[in-house]
Design a binder for this molecule. Sequence first.
Ligand code: NOJ
Length: 554
Amino acid sequence: MMALAAVCLAAAAQKPGQPSWLSEAVFYQIYPSSYQDSDGNGIGDIPGIASRLDYIKSLGVTAIWLNPVYVSGWTDGGYDIIDYYQVDPRFGTNTDLVELVKQAHARGIKVVMDLVAGHSSDQSEWFKQSSQAPDLRYSDYYIWPSFIPESGPDPSLLRKFVKTDAPRGPYYIKNFFDTQPALNFGFANPDPSHPWEQPVDGPGPTAMRRELKNIMRFWMDKGIDGFRVDMAASLVKNDVDKAETIKLWKEDFTKWFDEEYPEGVLIAEWFNPSQSLEAGFDIDFFCHDGQYNYSTLFFYGRRGRDGQEPTVPYFDQSGRGGLQTWYDLYKFQYDAAQGKGYVCMPSGNHDFNRLCTEGRTDPAQLKVAMTFFLTMPGVPFIYYGDEIGLKQNPAAPPTEGSGGRAGCRIPMLWDGSANAGFSTAPIDKIYIPQDPDPNRMTVEKAEEDPNSLLHYVRSLVRLRTQVKALGTDASWRLVSPLDQPYPMVYERKQGDERCYVVLNPTGRTAQILLPPDPGTPTLIGGSYRSCTYRHIRRGDAIVISPESAAILKF
Ligand code: NOJ
């Protein structure tokens, strides 16, 4: 008999005291520059998003995550913030944001903002002042080393010393791009011969912590529902095992936030739930980055674990992918998350290629993948446009610091009017070029086709809400053997309710023999031409048509 995947823990997934709405939440991520332009300048904005709330509601989603909308230098898609207390004029005003939140709340939709905790823009007043002299109000918000040490506990930090001719120079420490100086949350084990290394409770980091809480309070008190925290693991420097960063979140920020805003959510961009949930976050991502990622499921080319050569992903028609690498990484995180929070696999985001990309553009394929995303445990995140199969644009020119990421940040395609209803601006003013294909999928076309991906995604969201065994807190267990990856079969279970999800992304009929189960399930959803479940002499046989997904309930 082939090796069977281990039985998962039966413990409840929920973190004690988590926001009451989180178990039922389905998130929709919006890149604000690319969703809907309301003033005809070619760039999306907040009133534009507000005008699409009925559509968003129609998807069945219950929360929106907005990428940064703060005043920005726009050298990294809004992740270089100049003013944390102000909406960038390109998106509207603070009042527009409050209005969006009100209108979203009226429809039962929460709104979560991005919080870039680890760095600001080099154009911010804080940085400008800090770069001048060591004894001003914001001087210690940043880190000003006087030389580059030959070695250090975290060698990658030494590559983040940026040369500057500012009076505080010759160096500052950056977090990501050179235009994103790191905010000063201190160092683990400060080296006394490095005067720029303050302890986590030093004067600079203490002031910085106060400021970050002010920012959170400012927006929470305006009615928002929480934050997705950018690079949450990056705060304390030279913190190789992340012990000090975890402590900082756990004993200060997340503790304070949970007490102050028990219904607010904190989502980490940490890419290691075993650490971030320990730090008190409610959710962390498992997607494109860090060691724990799903690259072997979705990525064509380039990325591979530990520098491996490109492989064909699991969700590919060729059927040459595998599950083992992903399973090992995911299972570790899934087990570590029990009782602490959620591991979430988003359908995409603004940092990596879209689900609908070369090699996987067929709606049948996309339906199989969306079935996966919407029937796994943890809170689902749908990246805007993935519900209609918005296609990666590999030719998109780098835009505002996107580098190769512009192709997944393309403007939404709404209808058959100019610029697909995204904007009334001339085509050469559109934020990032849209798919020029006259047959491109739009929301309007998808609405008219009963077999569209859009209608399918809605049906999945509905099913997930109706059937608790498919929900966020239900347990998960891979029941198909890892050495026969197609079809993938997993069990979801909550109380007495139990489902099997069967996924066959390949272009061929797939079959699997499973250990005998006393129950006989019935098909309750999916996208299949046929799927049979039979008790035979040697066990239970499932046969499923090509490019198909099936949801069976016992
Ligand atoms: C992660 C964000 O998702 C990405 O878009 C950004 O460039 C980096 N963090 C730096 O803030």
